[in-house]
Structure formats: C-alpha cells, structure tokens
Design a protein around this ligand. Structure first.
Ligand code: NCD
Ligand code: ZN
Ligand code: ZN
Length: 348
C-alpha cells in the first residue's frame, strides 16, 4: 500500500482556546481563525469574563480584530465564581450568547484566583445549568498542596468530579485538557453527559520534554505533561473513534519573558502547529482515518451544533512555521509550540 500524501477533513473546531485580549488577541487570533471555524473561548482574562455584559463586550473585541475573509465564530463562555447569578445562566442559554460555563478551582492555573474555592457554594448554579442544559467545562485539578502535581488530575476525578456527576447526573460536563490514563478511562466509561478535550501537546510530549538538556519553560503548561504511558493512553483515546474525546488545543499564549522567568507562566501557544501535530500522531497510530472525527465531528455532537460544511486539506510536507510570533506594537513575542520531532504535515 502506498502512503497517503494528502488528506481532506471537514473544517475543524477548537473546543478549548485562549485568545487573551488587546494586542495579544489581535496577534494570535489569525492563527486560529485561518483554519478553525469555531472555538470555545476561555474566559480567564484579567479581570475574568464573569457576566453576560463582560461576555458580550469580549465577543465584540474578538470580532473587531478578526481578519477580513476569515469566517470564524467565537463560542463564548462564562467564568464561574462563587458569586455567579443563576439568572445569568438562564439568560445566557436563552439568548444563545453563552455556550458553556468554565469552572476553575481557585489557584489551579493561570488567572484562576477568582475561581471556586468550595464547590458546594456553586451548587445552585449547577442546578440551573442542568435545568437549562448549559455545559460545564472543568479545569480538573485539585489545588491541595499536599497532592503531588502529577497526581492532581486523578485525585480531582475522585474527590470533585465524581461527586458533581453523582449529584447532577444530567449536567453536561467536559473534562478539559485531560492528561492521564486515569482521566481517559474515566471519561470513556462515562455516559453521554460526559466528554473530554485533548490537546496536541499532551498527545506529542511527555514529562521528559520538560527537562531535556535543562529546564524548558516552553514545555510547561497545566495540567503538567505526564509520563509516557499517559501520553500513549491519550493517543489511544483520541484515535479510537470514541466520541467522548475531541480536540481542544488549549492554545494559551504568554509573552516569552513571562515564560522565561523565575516563576514562569503555564501555557503553550500551539495554534500554528496543532494540525501538523495531530496528523502526525494519528498517522503514527495508523489511524489517519479517525482524524476528522476527533477534530471535526465529536465536538459538534457533544455541543449539539451542526458539523461544518466546508473542508481543509493537509499534505505531507514539512510545515513552515516561525519559531515565534511577534505581538503587534510590542517588542515582545510568543514562542510557538512544537514537539521534539520534525513535523511532516502541513495545511494546504
Ligand atoms: N493550560 C495552561 O497551562 N494555561 C492556561 C490556563 C488553563 O487552561 O489551565 C492559560 O490561560 O495560560
Ligand atoms: Zn485549564
Ligand atoms: Zn486552557
């Protein structure tokens, strides 16, 4: 059999994306909007997108800098706090302005300080979400400092996720950016109310990459990359055709100086290399035929949205991607994520 040199897939969506704001937003948006039709926009701005008024204003700022000719729909989310008003949930669902609500355990990740410290304090919000069928997106890590950083996701499933699902069995939940075999197994065994996003970096990199030849801040994100056996379990989940799993890049740009610092920020900017990474992972797993399901079908099915009607083509050719992206009007730039192997697929 001859190797496939070109593949066509339905235009993908990104079910987990950080676009930031201001000059950063303007600089990073085209990398996504050139390729993806829709993206779930994360609300962890400073200050966060807490209300529908914040959400509307942020959506306008995104659309205002969308390049001419790019057909892109930002799907907006609300940042859950202990002060979230369930009425906002109902109104966000009714008007169609809110696609989901994001739960950050306070202190778990970048700009999560305004998040939730005690899950019981948001029960009434979960109730409203379950009632109107608005999905809950979760950064699934415990913040207990006694729990090892590599175990925080697995412990979250037992201590927090399982009780939420037990109490709100028809609340649709996405376990965001899963990183462990534990999470993959848990989600696979779940019902139709549970899904998970998987990132290109967790599919291509294991924890050795953090320390190869020295400490490498551009390989640092949360949840932190795990052992190889976990990466393999994620590849198995993503390529299996199981519709619980779909693409969420978690593309999370930070200025290089904020990453190469004494206390560097968590997050990787992977929008420019995502599809090259994915085609390679799926091909290496002998599952190129499952790529489209992961990038373009399972996400819309979970979110009850139509599948995109146009397509994109990938070809077997090393992609030309710059090492970093300049931020407009600044001397600063953002490093582009790439795994420690040569990429061999590019977008036509
Ligand atoms: N993934 C990350 O490491 N960082 C994200 C936040 C998040 O998704 O947890 C960010 O906003 O920078
Ligand atoms: Zn997160
Ligand atoms: Zn994220």
């Amino acid at each position: 059999m001859t190797a496939t040199d070109s593949i066509e897939i339905i235009r993908p969506d990104d079910w987990h994306l950080h676009l930031r704001d201001g000059a950063m937003l303007k600089s990073v948006l085209p990398a996504t909007s050139a390729v993806f039709a829709r993206a779930i926009i994360m609300p962890n701005l400073k200050p966060p997108v807490r209300t529908l008024a914040d959400l509307r204003a942020y959506r306008e700022r995104i659309l205002a800098v969308l390049p001419e000719g790019h057909d892109f729909t930002p799907l907006m989310t609300l940042y859950l706090t202990e002060g979230t008003d369930p009425e906002e949930i109902r109104e966000g669902k009714r008007s169609g302005e809110a696609t989901a609500v994001k739960l950050y355990p306070a202190g778990a990740t970048t700009n999560s300080d305004a998040g939730v410290s005690h899950i019981d304090r948001v029960s009434h919000v979960f109730e409203a979400m379950q009632e109107v069928d608005l999905p809950l997106l979760i950064h699934g890590e415990v913040t207990d400092p006694a729990v090892d950083i590599f175990d925080r996701e697995a412990v979250f499933i037992e201590r927090v996720l399982q009780p939420i699902r037990h109490r709100f069995p028809e609340l649709r939940i996405v376990m965001e950016h899963i990183t462990t075999k534990n999470a993959a197994d848990y989600v696979r065994a779940g019902d139709r109310f549970l899904g998970a996003t998987i990132t290109p970096h967790h599919l291509t990199v294991n924890r050795n990459a953090l320390f190869r030849g020295g400490i490498r801040p551009h390989m640092y994100c949360l949840p932190i990359v795990k052992r190889e056996e976990h990466r393999q379990a994620l590849v198995e989940a993503a390529t299996s055709g199981d519709n619980h799993f779909f693409l969420g890049t978690d593309s999370a740009p930070h200025r290089i100086h904020d990453k190469e610092a004494e206390c560097g920020c968590a997050g990787m900017f992977n929008a420019p290399t995502t599809l090259s990474c994915l085609a390679q992972v799926f091909e290496d797993a002998g599952a190129l035929d499952q790529l489209e399901a992961f990038t373009s079908r399972h996400g819309p099915a979970f979110y009850k949205l139509p599948v995109n009607t146009d397509s994109i083509r990938l070809k077997r050719e090393a992609p030309v991607v710059p090492d970093s992206l300049a931020i407009e009007g600044e001397e600063e730039s953002v490093k582009v994520f790439r795994p420690d192997v040569d990429l061999r697929w590019s977008i036509c």
